[in-house]
Ligand binder design. Sequence first.
Ligand SMILES: [Zn+2]
Length: 251
Amino acid sequence: MERNVSSLAIVLHSQRYGQLNRRLKLLSVDYGIIDVISYGARKSLKSVKAEVFTDAQFFLYYNPVKKDYTLKDAEVVATHDDIRDDLVRTYCALLFCELVLKTNGGESAGEYQLLSTALDLLSEAPLYSDRILIQFIHRLTDLLGLRTDLSSCPICEREYGQQEVLSFSSALSCPCCSECASLESNMLLPPGARRYLVATSSLGYEESVLVELSPTATSRIKNYLLRYAQIITGGTLKTLSAGILQGAADQ
Ligand SMILES: [Zn+2]
């Protein structure tokens, strides 16, 4: 017996399913990440528009026997279509979706809120795409429970000096002092970057994106967090393989 359900959700991924249909992955507030079949999505003019990055209230049928969801309708909150006007912003948004899919361990309402805000910011503040990216990864680590306070080493508990450059522990996947660091790690966090991450931790997302950051610092922190994102997802991220996001800062 099918049930009608609905939830706020964002389309993370969409792929062909059979001749005319699409299989979507949604990050939903109420059911976490779910697979949803959109029948006739490729042909019918009347079919529900649900492209990647679409933020909407989705109306679904749930079949509890087959445990699958079918898309019936959607009330769009934001399509975020204008993100696709620019290659870098498109890759940013695709990276956000990939990170949510691959980490899939946070609390879904919090992750939905983070991604929804990130996509809105990419639409509305295109000049700040690097800072939006930096803050997305920084905030995601908090949601996933991976963030450490950057004031003392989580291993030996020694308080860091003001000018200390932090190293990295591969075992714990977090920054630590140089004595506790894994030998193979080349993840170095300079004091300026650390101050920025600490200072923006307590701000809202929109507010944090307005905090000034020099092009050099932006590019350094961004590349650090992109490498960090690869570490916490345990491998290569498809959206980073093209090298588009690793370029110099855009400010
Ligand atoms: Zn230590």
